[in-house]
Design a protein around this ligand. Structure first.
Ligand code: ATP
Ligand code: MG
Length: 396
C-alpha cells in the first residue's frame, strides 16, 4: 500500500480515564464511515487513527473527503509510509512530495520520532533529509522560520511516514460518547445547524419534524428529510420522527385567542418531542432558537414554551448573529436546501400580532379549552419513523 491517512485525535487525548472508551468509539465510527468506499484497515496507535486502504479497489478520494466530517479528529493528512531508514525516507519524500517542492519557494523538514529506539533525534532527521532535499531541489531554498512548504517526517512504531501540511478535521468529540438528544428539525436555516453543533459534542442525534398536511406540502417534508440527510454526513445515520400536526393546529385555531397561536403550538411541539425522546432514550431536546429573532424567541416566550418539559433544552444558536449561523450552514452544506421557499407549519396560522411578553398564566388560560392530553396522545399514535443515512446503499 502506498498511501494512508493519519488523523490526529482532538480533545479526546485530554480525557484521561475515558480515553480508551473514546478511542474505541472513534475507531468504530471511522470504520462505519469508510464502508461505502471499500475495504480499509482502521486502527489507533499513539493518539493517531490510521486509515489504510486494503487494496487498489478502494475509493481513496471519496474516503478522504468523508474523513473530514468525522467528529473527534482535529487534523488529518495523507501520507506515504516507508522504511525506517534515511534512504527510504528520502526516496519517499522525493516520490510523494517532490512535485510540491519543485513549485515551492522555500521549505523546511519537521520530524517527529515516536519510536524512541530510532537511532537519530528528530532534529538530526530533519537536518539530514533537509540537506538531501535542498540538493535535489536547488530552486527551493531552506527557510526554517517561514517556509512556504513543510515536509513532515514521522518515525512511528510500524513504519516511517512522510506527508505535506495537514488539513483541519471536523473537531469535536466522537459521535456516541455524549449520549443522545432529540432535535426539533424544521425546514429553516437554524435547526440543522443546531443539530450539527450538538452532534459535534459527541451526541447522537435523532430528529422530530411536525408537518401540517395539506397546509404544508409534500415538498416541504421532502426538504426537511434532505436537511436531515445532509446533517448525517457529520452525525452518522439518524431517525427522523415525522409527526402530523394538522389536527392540533386546527384545534388551536378554533379554540384559542389568535395572539397565542404560535406559543401554544410550540408548547405542543416541545411536549410531544419530549415524549418521543423519552421513548427512544434521548436525554435532551435541541432547538434552533435564537434570542430576539422572532416573536416566539423572547426570554418570556422561551420560558413559556420550555415550561411544558423537564429535559434540558439545548439551544446552541441562542447568542449568535444570523450571519454567524449562515456561515456555519454554508460550511456544513445545509444552507442551499434551507433557503428553498417551502412553507413550514410555523407559518400556517401565524398571528398578526403575536404576544411577545407572555406569562405562563396567560398562556395556560389561552389553551384552557383544549384537551391537551387527547391531542398529544393522538399525535403520538401516528408517528412515522424514517431512517436517514448519507449514503443510501451503505451502512453509515
Ligand atoms: P429554523 O430556521 O430552525 O426554522 P426559525 O428561526 O424559523 O428556526 P421558529 O420557526 O420560531 O424559528 O422555530 C424555532 C425552533 O423550533 C426551530 O429552530 C426548530 O428547532 C423548532 N421548530 C420549528 N418548526 C418546527 C417543525 N415544523 N418541526 C420541528 N421543529 C420545529
Ligand atoms: Mg422556522
Amino acid at each position: 500500500m502506498n498511501e494512508i491517512f493519519l488523523m490526529k485525535l482532538g480533545e479526546i487525548v485530554l480525557k484521561g480515564g475515558n480515553k480508551r472508551q473514546f478511542e474505541t468509539k472513534l475507531r468504530q465510527n471511522v470504520r462505519r464511515r469508510m464502508k461505502p468506499y471499500g475495504d480499509f484497515d482502521v486502527y489507533i496507535m499513539q493518539s493517531t487513527v490510521y486509515v489504510e486502504p486494503k487494496n487498489g479497489e478502494a475509493d481513496v478520494e471519496g474516503a478522504w473527503e468523508a474523513c473530514h466530517s468525522i467528529f473527534g479528529v482535529v487534523s488529518l493528512c495523507r501520507c506515504r509510509p516507508c522504511g525506517k531508514d534515511l534512504d527510504s525516507i528520502f526516496n519517499a519524500v522525493e516520490e510523494y512530495l517532490g512535485d510540491d517542492l519543485d513549485i515551492a519557494e522555500s521549505f523546511k523538514v519537521e520530524s517527529k520520532r515516536s519510536d524512541k529506539q530510532f537511532p537519530m533525534t528528530s532534529i538530526a532527521i530533519s537536518q539530514e533529509i533537509g540537506g538531501r532535499l535542498a540538493e535535489a531541489h536547488p530552486d527551493c531554498r531552506v527557510d526554517v522560520h517561514h517556509p512556504a512548504y513543510t515536509v513532515y517526517v514521522e518515525v512511528r512504531d510500524l513504519a516511517a511516514y512522510v506527508h505535506g501540511p495537514a488539513e483541519p478535521g471536523a473537531g469535536g468529540l466522537p459521535t456516541g460518547v455524549g449520549g443522545r438528544a432529540m432535535c426539533l428539525l424544521s425546514g429553516g436555516i437554524d435547526s440543522p445547524v443546531a443539530a450539527y453543533m450538538i452532534a459535534k459534542r459527541g451526541v447522537e442525534i435523532e430528529c422530530v419534524h411536525f408537518f401540517s398536511y395539506p397546509y404544508t406540502s409534500q415538498l416541504a417534508k421532502d426538504k426537511v428529510m434532505e436537511l436531515a440527510r445532509l446533517v448525517t454526513r457529520y452525525s452518522g445515520r439518524m431517525t427522523v420522527n415525522v409527526v402530523s400536526f394538522t389536527e392540533i393546529q386546527e384545534a388551536i385555531r378554533d379554540n384559542c385567542p389568535e395572539e397565542y397561536f404560535t406559543l401554544i403550538m410550540r408548547r405542543f411541539m416541545m411536549e410531544i418531542s419530549q415524549r418521543i425522546a423519552r421513548r427512544d432514550g434521548c436525554e435532551a431536546l435541541i432547538t434552533g432558537e435564537n434570542l430576539g429573532q422572532v416573536a416566539s424567541q423572547t426570554m418570556q416566550a422561551m420560558a413559556v414554551t420550555g415550561a411544558v418539559v423537564d429535559m434540558p433544552i439545548f439551544m446552541p444558536l441562542v447568542g449568535m448573529d444570523k450571519e454567524e449561523i449562515v456561515t456555519i450552514a454554508r460550511k456544513i452544506g445545509t444552507l442551499e436546501t434551507s433557503i428553498l421557499p417551502y412553507e413550514d407549519c410555523c407559518t400556517v396560522f401565524t398571528p398578526k400580532h403575536p404576544k411577545t411578553k407572555p406569562t405562563l398564566g396567560q398562556v395556560m388560560h389561552a389553551e384552557e379549552k383544549l384537551d391537551r392530553e387527547a391531542l398529544i396522545t393522538a399525535a403520538l399514535e401516528n408517528v412515522e419513523k424514517i431512517t436517514v443515512k448519507y449514503h443510501d446503499e451503505a451502512g453509515m
